[in-house]
Write a protein that binds this ligand. Structure first.
Ligand code: NAP
Length: 296
């Protein structure tokens, strides 16, 4: 009997766990965007997003491709700028200036990473905050910081929507985020704080990571290392959100979470691929709509 109770307590089992289907939810979001875009078209507005990629990073090319496919699906015109690896910071800023001034362009996205000789923060600063669909301009970052979300990071908003769709409460919950990058984890932590979560941000210098992660009602990993989150790091019944995208030697994609082992311990979990990734793209499209409304 005691062994039975121990097993019940320590493993929730597959039947009590739900995989959050990011692909399906992203399709719902894209349908919402499509309706908004149709309304703009009736007003003779052609929603237009400019995507800039500097260099030849293979993963970035795939991400840009996915974003252009989403644009096609919802009816956003996409201008792609593939710049040479040796493009200078000044040349890149000149292009941004040109797009800022172009009234026909509503959103500007600079795909990261950029080559090392370019200071990406300098460039983000130059994107018109009203066209900053990634929310990385310091003005939009500052608004997020003071709780006045405007154009906010697509990955963060996508994760919030995943939780909302599953009726997972954020308010009052212990949210532990592994990672502190400017691009993913910091805006995400602010989004969670703005929704009344108690947040813990962990990073490579965190002492005794597991002690922190085990306190999480909602554990979010954005590290970029396969099988980094193991089952002993997860509290029974936790919600686990995997932001990581890693390509294995055989070419397959995986996240940061040791999915097969962790899934038995949690109440909800996302998969890679098919979890956060499609939501990031869908919320980019939402941000294009938001940007147009800000510019009207
Ligand atoms: P990043 O800038 O490399 O940040 C990784 C973070 O992980 C850093 O803060 C780092 O800590 C932390 N870290 C590394 N090793 C650690 C350890 N042993 N213990 C605890 N923390 C550790 O990466 P990113 O841009 O945030 O992206 C993270 C992952 O998300 C990547 O796999 C990326 O491809 C993926 N991503 C996914 C989406 C999506 O839509 N699904 C969007 C963007 C990015 P330090 O700061 O101390 O170095």
């Amino acid at each position: 009997m005691s062994v039975f109770l121990f097993l019940c307590y320590n493993t929730l089992g597959d039947e009590n766990m739900k995989i959050i289907d990011g692909k399906k939810i992203s399709e719902k979001v894209l349908e919402e965007v499509k309706t908004d875009i149709e309304k703009f078209k009736l007003k003779k507005i052609t929603p237009t997003l400019a995507i800039i990629l500097v260099g030849n990073d293979t993963a970035s090319k795939v991400y840009v491709k996915n974003k252009t496919i989403a644009c096609q699906k919802v009816g956003v015109d996409c201008q792609e700028y593939f710049l040479d690896q040796n493009t200078s910071e000044e040349e890149l800023i000149n292009l941004i200036d040109k797009l800022n001034k172009d009234d026909l362009v509503h959103g500007i996205l600079l795909q990261s990473p950029v080559p090392k000789h370019i200071n990406i923060d300098n460039v983000f600063e130059k994107i018109n905050p009203l066209k900053d669909v990634d929310g990385f301009n310091p003005i939009n970052y500052g608004k997020l910081l003071i709780g006045k979300e405007n154009l906010t990071s697509c990955t963060s908003l996508g994760i919030v929507r995943l939780l909302e769709e599953e009726n997972i409460e954020i308010r009052g919950k212990n949210v532990v985020i592994i990672g502190r990058s400017n691009i993913v984890s910091k805006p995400l932590s602010l989004c969670m704080l703005n929704r009344d979560a108690t947040i813990t941000i962990c990073h490579s210098k965190t002492v005794d990571l597991k002690e922190h992660t085990k306190t999480a009602d909602i554990l979010i990993s954005a590290v970029g290392k396969p099988a980094f989150v193991t089952s002993d790091m997860v509290k029974d019944g936790a919600v686990v959100i995997d932001v990581g995208i890693n390509r294995l030697k055989d070419g397959t994609l995986c996240g940061d979470v040791d999915f097969e082992k962790v899934k038995n311990k949690c109440s909800y979990i996302t998969k890679v691929p098919g979890g956060v990734g499609p939501m990031t793209v869908a919320y980019l499209m939402k941000n294009v709509v938001k940007a147009i409304n800000l510019q009207l």
